[in-house]
Design a protein around this ligand. Structure first.
Ligand code: SF4
Length: 469
């Protein structure tokens, strides 16, 4: 066809460039991967790197690591696809020196070097710190990622109860139908019903065995495909998976620290993540912003003790407000008198201290309540009682701090949305490919390393990054 750009005839002899290097751009990402991994202290990081003295030598961990990092940067995560790419992708050939390990070798490398791979991710964060790309304010957030465990293969006490009840109800229904069947009907007419009852009885036995295993587990939960995956609440409902915790730098949206956990709640994660971030940034103080899911008095206190300034909003859950009564915020604490002033101007005085859920709680009330003219707006009991944690000053300071930084939640949202959106888009609909917390953590570290590497290249360019390495 004329009038279009025409390609070469594939049967025509041509002289290709002699060097594989000629196929790779000067500013290609593979050059960054190559130099970064070549500079790593492979055995110091704990990679299993023993040269064979006899027999067939194995692949060097650097080669295997390069293949993996390239794969995760290009959304090629499975070992079988990496094996295929290593044999046909020019950039990967350049990177691996045209070595093409089989998929089992590739998969085993990720399986056997989890801890070392996680440390490589940390090495890159250290490089980011040296490049002055990380600031002193981080947004801490968690997001749920799906495990390779179908929801039907996960059992909690509630789910098990429901499933057992469903099966029992079905058995009862079929038994009833069987009773109602004409006694004189030939046996083949009732065979289908009997088969259904037998199958359901078998299912009941199977569920009962799972129930025993489930009740033996410390958290009374059982996942059949991935034993570490847990059922957890997520924005779109519930999933069976893992909770990824990240501390993301506000300045450039780089993931400073991350941790995969199978605890669904964020309530106890704030200080742990912030302390890890302090180590990664090698700093004595740090600012962290998190959403209301992280709000916990003990955590705020622990942050203060570790020189971590936390901005966390109080979850808006006031039972009194919901009932149309004065909110707790309308009672003002007078520190010098250790008393509260109520909306009627009366003083609530200290009465006693008692332990509630492991916390020392002080109680305050006024003797003026029974004769108060606005009592119906305040309490349904005889006196309105106000509770105060002995370390309440910590949460009061946190509230004042947050009020002085009104854009904190906006900053948090803008910071964490970027990495989570990118990671989930890269991981596709299935999220994790491996099983168990250990292997899933390794997989996530490769994703985080790829994310950070791509982000830094976008920020400063390949040349500057290569020079810095
Ligand atoms: S009921 Fe008691 S605490 Fe409430 S406003 Fe009246 S005096 Fe104050």
């Amino acid at each position: 066809m004329s009038g279009f750009i025409e390609g070469e005839n594939r049967y025509q002899s041509t002289l290709f460039p002699e060097r594989v290097d000629d196929y790779v751009d000067e500013d290609s990402v593979v050059r960054v991967i190559d130099v970064f991994i070549d500079r790593l202290d492979i055995s110091g990081l704990g990679f299993k790197a023993e040269a064979a003295e006899t027999g067939r030598p194995g692949y060097h961990p650097r080669t295997m690591l390069k293949i993996y990092v390239y794969g995760y940067l290009n959304q090629v995560h499975s070992s079988r696809r990496l094996e295929r790419e290593a044999g046909r992708n020019v950039e990967l050939m350049w990177l691996s020196g045209r070595l093409a390990p089989d998929f089992k070798t590739i998969a085993n490398f990720r399986k056997d070097n989890g801890e070392a791979i996680r440390l490589v991710c940390r090495e890159f964060v250290m490089l980011c710190r040296k490049l002055n790309l990380l600031g002193d304010t981080l947004a801490i957030d968690g997001s749920k990622f799906k495990a390779v465990n179908n929801r039907d293969k996960n059992f909690t006490r509630a789910k098990m109860k429901r499933r057992l009840a469903e099966v029992e109800a079905s058995i009862d229904r079929y038994l009833g139908e069987l009773d109602n069947a004409d006694q004189s009907a030939p046996p083949e007419d009732t065979r289908s019903l009997k088969d259904k009852i037998a199958a359901l009885t078998e299912e009941m036995d199977r569920l009962k065995k799972f129930e025993v295993r489930m009740l033996e587990a410390p958290d009374q939960q059982l996942s059949l495909t991935d034993p570490d995956a847990r059922s957890m609440k997520s924005r779109g409902g519930g999933i069976v998976g893992y909770n990824l915790q990240t501390a993301v730098d506000v300045k450039h949206h780089l993931i400073t620290v991350h941790e995969v956990t199978n605890v669904g709640s964020d309530r106890r994660q704030l200080t742990r993540m912030a302390k890890q971030a302090k180590v990664a940034l090698q700093t004595r103080s740090l600012n962290v912003i998190a959403d209301a899911g992280y709000y916990n008095g003990d955590e705020l206190q622990s942050c203060e003790e570790h020189n971590i300034t936390a901005y966390v909003p109080h979850p808006a859950t006031s039972h009194n407000k919901a009932k149309g009564l004065f909110d707790r915020g309308e009672f003002h604490y007078i520190a010098e008198d250790d008393e509260y002033q109520c909306p009627a101007g009366e003083r609530l005085i200290y009465r006693f201290t008692r332990e509630e859920k492991g916390k020392a709680i002080q109680r305050y009330w006024s003797s003026a309540c029974p004769s108060c003219p606005i009592r119906e707006r305040c309490t349904t009991g005889k006196n309105r009682r106000v509770s105060r944690w002995v370390h309440e000053a910590v949460v009061e300071r946190a509230a004042v701090r947050l009020a002085a930084k009104p854009d904190a939640m906006k900053i948090r949202r803008a910071t964490v949305e970027h990495p989570y959106g990118t990671l989930k888009a890269w991981m596709g609909s299935t999220h994790f490919l491996t099983k168990t917390l250990d292997h899933v953590s390794t997989e996530m570290s490769l994703h985080v390393l790829a994310y950070n590497m791509k982000r830094v290249i976008n920020l400063i360019g390949t040349k500057q990054l290569l020079e810095a390495i």
